[in-house]
Design a protein around this ligand. Structure first.
Ligand code: 5RP
Length: 219
């Protein structure tokens, strides 16, 4: 199977975690897009969605799936989203698509977080995939210098603006042995909106699409 076929397989499996008559959180990226397409088939079963990006909101609306504002959505039963990397403790790096801040907010606001990915995303140690940090534009150079002091090599994602009007630094050369500590330390730098580590609030369930089918990892 191709990587896209594995993403589609795992996205369809996530439909089992959609609870009837609730609002669900929907992530961003190619795996989340496959989930949105599968969700269209059961859209009558849910009360609506909260999207983690403008792109996902557009795709949901195109399928006729209601998109709600988080401030008025009430409880979110489950958040379903992809990842760039996941470890066996279900700690993740996310933000390859630049939607990390809204993803982190919707994940935090959801009772359960189901991460969906093809099995190539499972790693022993996070950090090979460059870690995205969303930064207030005037703080870009300052934040980059602080990141260098932490041992990273930050690269400005040029010609990219987040849905929140900010910029992204992709941090290369990190071996993330303590993801919770690094997540907190990066968030403490003035000018950082958030970073793509999901370790303080990891996934609750990780569904991995592989040649042998869908594997389920629980925290
Ligand atoms: C977007 C994300 C995505 O979940 C992550 O980049 C994985 O994307 P894909 O499903 O396309 O492999 O965090 O900000």
């Amino acid at each position: 199977m191709t990587q896209d076929e594995l993403k589609q397989l795992v996205a369809r499996a996530a439909i089992d975690y959609v609870e009837t008559d609730t609002v669900i959180g929907v992530g961003t990226g190619s795996t989340a897009n496959y989930f949105i397409d599968a969700l269209a088939d059961i859209k009558h079963r849910i009360n609506g969605t909260v999207a983690s990006s403008e792109a996902s909101a557009q795709r949901l609306k195109k399928h006729g799936i209601p998109v709600l504002d988080l401030n008025s959505a009430g409880d979110i039963s489950v958040y379903i989203d992809g990842a760039d990397e996941a470890d066996r403790h279900l700690r993740l790096t996310k933000g390859g698509g630049g939607a990390l801040t809204r993803e982190k907010i919707v994940a935090a606001a959801s009772a359960k977080f189901v991460c969906i990915a093809d099995s190539s995303k499972l790693v022993d140690v996070l950090g090979k995939f460059p870690l995205p940090i969303e930064v207030i534009p005037i703080a870009r150079s300052y934040v980059a210098r602080q990141v260098v002091k932490l041992g990273g090599n930050p690269v400005w994602r040029e010609n990219f603006v987040t849905d929140n009007g900010n910029v992204i630094l992709d941090v290369h050369n990190l071996t993330i042995t303590d993801p919770r500590e690094l997540e907190a330390n990066l968030n403490n730098i003035a000018g950082v909106v958030t970073n793509g580590l999901f370790a303080l609030r990891p996934a609750d369930i990780l569904l991995l699409g592989s040649e042998d089918g869908v594997k389920t990892l629980n925290r």
